[in-house]
Ligand binder design. Structure first.
Ligand SMILES: Nc1ncnc2c1ncn2[C@@H]1O[C@H](COP(=O)(O)OP(=O)(O)O)[C@@H](O)[C@H]1O
Ligand SMILES: [Mg+2]
Length: 227
């Protein structure tokens, strides 16, 4: 289980202080797929960055599987590489690498042999339906295929949790629905938690549960739904 308690995050914009998160708490079960919803500027990306250890300057407590999140940058980098996976709106694939090389990248960072990198990458690419595209460069893949490569890359090292920030915002609605369903079924099969920020209520419907953010707080309406 992921448990975050009283998360506060401020940004300084010149003389002005922006309170992006104003005391956000929640629990997400292992293997659950949660949609983080809310209008633009409500704090979705900020909360994802905090939960993904991409933003370390926050107040509050986070525990994954009963253990506190690391607070120093070196430990955080190690934690991100081994226990977390990331999916972004614009796929963020490396253009000069083939699909399998993109997927293998986190395994390379984790020091696996080339043979193991390739074996695991091909296996997960097969599971996202891209067995025939493993040697393709991102340029030669559709948006939906590129996002499936990115999902394979996020899952290849079997992280406990994948953080996805607007993963379907660059896709047409039909492809988007397929991609979300794929994340959900892989998450359930592999026991991987997915936290997916979206401003699209239709995408949220495909998730197990929704957390609604409004102006940096979890909306009470959503809390009534959850209880
Ligand atoms: N790097 C930053 N510097 C200053 N303000 C920021 C920064 N990032 C986000 N904000 C502000 O924090 C609030 C929440 O933003 P964000 O988390 O990006 O919301 P969302 O992802 O829901 O659109 C907004 O008011 C935004 O302008
Ligand atoms: Mg955002």
């Amino acid at each position: 289980m992921l448990e975050f308690t009283d998360i506060f995050k401020q940004y300084q914009l010149g003389q002005q202080r922006v309170d992006a998160l104003k005391g956000v708490s929640g629990r997400i079960n292992q293997g659950e797929m949660v949609a983080l919803c809310g209008p633009s500027g409500s704090g979705k990306s900020t909360l994802l960055n905090v939960l993904g250890l991409l933003e370390m300057d926050y107040q509050g407590k986070i525990e994954l599987a009963g253990k506190a999140y690391p607070r120093d940058p070196m430990a955080a980098a190690q934690y991100r590489r081994t226990r977390l996976g990331f999916v972004f709106q614009r796929f963020n694939l490396i253009p000069v690498m083939s699909a399998w090389e993109n997927v293998a990248y986190p395994l390379m960072l984790n020091g696996l042999s080339l043979a193991e990198q390739k074996r695991k990458s091909l296996e997960i690419l097969d599971r996202v339906g891209l067995a025939e595209f493993v040697d393709h460069r991102p340029d030669n893949l559709s948006g939906g295929q590129q996002q499936r490569v990115a999902i394979a890359r996020a899952l290849v090292h079997q992280p406990e949790m994948v953080i996805a920030d607007e993963p379907t915002a660059s896709l047409d609605s039909q492809t988007a629905a397929l991609v979300v369903e794929m994340m959900k079924s892989l998450g359930h099969e592999m026991g991987t938690t997915f936290v997916v920020a979206t401003h699209d209520a239709r995408m949220a419907m495909h998730c197990d549960r929704t957390i609604d953010l409004v102006d940096g707080v979890i909306s009470t309406e959503a809390m009534q739904w959850a209880s």
